[in-house]
Design a protein around this ligand. Structure first.
Ligand SMILES: [Zn+2]
Length: 253
């Protein structure tokens, strides 16, 4: 069966709703009173490329009445003010998916200026409160290292999940590299998790949820560009992903 389709995504969201998970944005997680007895789902999206896919996914989510958080890169092909504004108008949170240290090849002074500049560009559209690093697989620079020299809190920001979420309590699931079972091909998007789920297909997430083994707080990081709602798009993405993952495995070895 085909995976990473809008249909299965919708089905998964509906299951979480049926199981009593409340969808909250990342901003809400850091500013609202979180009740440890209740169930919460934080859906993060990294908008790396194809912002129109994100717009389509945002509509689907909005139809289900859930609000999520979209982290936008500020590269030319992704930074589309009209699309960002339209996603925000549905009640979703917009956040900043930064890559400044990779962008400036490890020059910290240039990197912090790049960060400020792009944060301000996004803030002309939306009052950005959260950031998350884009792990550029082709760069040797890990943009999180910027915060060894500087402090994002000085920019009126609430969080960078890698530093501010306790992953011993929050289950983290990511579709990085268009696969749930991605630790072998995933260079940077890793957390020290206290949970051990071996998931290959989206259906298995639904099944694990039904077996009652999920913790109260779940954070997803999903790349909308990996998902599609028509079969030609799906097949194209599948083929290019297979080749890319093959190359990444070779590089990491
Ligand atoms: Zn990214």
């Amino acid at each position: 069966m085909r995976d990473f389709t809008f249909d299965i995504y919708k089905k998964m969201l509906q299951e979480f709703l049926d199981f009593g998970y409340e969808f909250i944005t990342v901003e809400e997680y850091f500013t609202d009173d979180i009740n440890p007895e209740k169930k919460y789902l934080l859906m993060r999206h990294d908008v790396d490329r194809k912002p129109l896919n994100s717009l389509a996914m945002a509509k689907l989510e909005s139809e289900l009445g859930v609000r999520v958080t979209y982290y936008f890169r500020t590269i030319k092909q992704t930074f589309k003010p009209e699309i960002i504004a339209e996603i925000a108008s549905m009640g979703h949170e917009i956040a900043y998916h930064y890559e400044s240290l990779a962008q400036t090849d490890g020059d910290y002074e240039k990197a912090i200026k790049d960060f400020e500049n792009n944060l301000n560009r996004l803030r002309q559209i939306y009052p950005i409160k959260n950031i998350a690093m884009h792990g550029r697989p082709t760069s040797k620079w890990d943009s999180r290292k910027l915060w060894e020299k500087y402090d994002y809190r000085e920019y009126e920001l609430l969080s960078e999940p890698y530093f501010d979420i306790d992953f011993s309590r929050v289950l983290y699931l990511t579709d990085a590299s268009r696969s749930w079972d991605n630790s072998s091909i995933n260079l940077r998007d890793k957390v020290d998790s206290a949970f051990n789920f071996n998931i290959k297909h989206t259906q298995e997430i639904i099944d694990s949820l039904k077996s009652g083994s999920f913790p109260n707080v779940v954070m997803f990081n999903i790349h909308p560009e990996h998902w599609s709602d028509n079969s030609y798009e799906w097949y194209k993405t599948f083929m290019t992903r297979s080749v890319k993952n093959y190359i990444k495995r070779k590089i990491i070895k």
